[in-house]
Design a protein around this ligand. Structure first.
Ligand SMILES: Cc1cc2nc3c(=O)[nH]c(=O)nc-3n(C[C@H](O)[C@H](O)[C@H](O)COP(=O)(O)OP(=O)(O)OC[C@H]3O[C@@H](n4cnc5c(N)ncnc54)[C@H](O)[C@@H]3O)c2cc1C
Length: 308
């Protein structure tokens, strides 16, 4: 049994920690931000491979994660994960989406709100992130791992009193911890509104004014969003929030009059390609862009294999 330090307590770090603990490693998670303070806590979050590359690896990780989320939804009622049908609308009907092989029940939809040419209806894992991150963190601890707040100025050294291996799941922090200039933020803002009885999600991933999604959860609805390249601010903009709600109303008129409960901003850890590779005793696993939740279990499996 080896001793592994996982840096980062977002969805990637916690999922890797669970898989490594299940594989018999001793795991300590170190993170500047605890789970509910991370970008991961802001995610909407539906399973959808958005703004993450390369396509072949992303498809394999997304497919693997789809199946694991399906099992969690079926077996763990307190996990915040459920399988829910919804529709992605498109302004121009085209070929099957490139990720269609990962989804068992994808079908074309012709009846869509005005302004759209068609859509794809399918069942996707919907993950209520604050609950799910709590569930993952509890799993880490139940399996014998630890989670400690620590702001690191470099990745921990391995060997001679240190851990046997380090897994770098620092998200946007990898820009500095891994000295990787290709990591950059893609800021996303969402509005949380009261649950008005919605039971399906809606998505327009390539809207002319940015991505748009309406994701119902148990107690609220996440309405998004934006994707602003290179923006580091985590302060919500009231003007952006109004624009998000205006656009969402065109897609889901039932939201009219819904009470606004809160605003959130997160920095997607973007990179030309997800970095998942072993370099000596360090496994880097960051740069999941807009799909960290979607790719989490597939990536965690690969990380555990690299340290197996
Ligand atoms: C508005 C919005 C909506 C989204 N919707 C979806 C969605 O529907 N589906 C989906 O799959 N994805 C979605 N995403 C993307 C998803 O949130 C990210 O891909 C994912 O959260 C990345 O997870 P992570 O664990 O790599 O990073 P993070 O959650 O950012 O965690 C990084 C961890 O590393 C730690 N860290 C960093 N630097 C240091 C340091 N120096 N010392 C110690 N610790 C450090 C941090 O403190 C934190 O604990 C969305 C993102 C946003 C912003």
């Amino acid at each position: 049994m080896g001793r592994v330090v996982v840096v980062g307590a977002g969805v990637i770090g916690l999922t890797c920690a669970v898989r490594l603990l299940e594989a018999g490693q001793r795991v300590d998670v170190l993170a500047r931000d605890l789970p509910r303070e991370t970008t991961s806590a802001v995610a909407a979050a539906i399973w959808y491979p958005y703004r993450a590359w390369p396509a072949d690896r992303v498809l394999a990780w997304a497919r693997d994660s789809y199946d694991v989320f399906g099992s969690i939804a079926a077996e763990q009622s307190d996990s915040g994960v459920r399988m829910q049908e919804g529709t992605e609308v498109v302004s121009r009907r085209d070929e099957l989406p490139w990720w269609s092989a990962a989804v068992p029940d994808l079908r074309e939809t012709v009846e869509v709100p005005s302004g759209y040419d068609g859509g794809w209806t399918f069942t996707a894992p919907v993950v209520e992130m604050p609950l799910y991150l709590d569930w993952l963190a509890a799993r880490v601890v139940a399996l014998g791992g630890s989670i400690t707040r620590l702001n690191l100025h470099g990745l921990p050294a391995t060997g001679a009193g240190g851990p046997d291996a380090v897994v770098d799941c620092s998200g946007i922090g990898a820009k500095f911890l891994a000295a990787d200039p290709s990591v950059h933020p893609v800021q996303g803002q969402v509005v949380l509104v009261e649950q008005v009885g919605l039971e399906r999600w809606w998505l327009d991933s390539v809207g002319t004014e940015g991505p748009m999604y309406v994701v119902p959860r148990s107690r609220d609805v996440v309405v998004g969003g934006t994707a602003t390249e290179g923006e580091w601010s985590r302060t919500p903009s009231p003007e952006v929030a109004s624009a998000i709600l205006r656009r969402a109303l065109r897609l889901v008129p039932e939201l009219a009059g819904a009470e606004v409960l809160g605003h959130r901003v997160g920095l997607r850890p973007s990179r030309p390609e997800v970095r998942l590779e072993r370099v000596g005793d360090v496994v880097h696993c960051y740069g999941h862009g807009g799909a960290g939740v979607t790719l989490s279990w597939g990536c965690a499996r690969e990380v555990a294999e690299l340290l197996g």
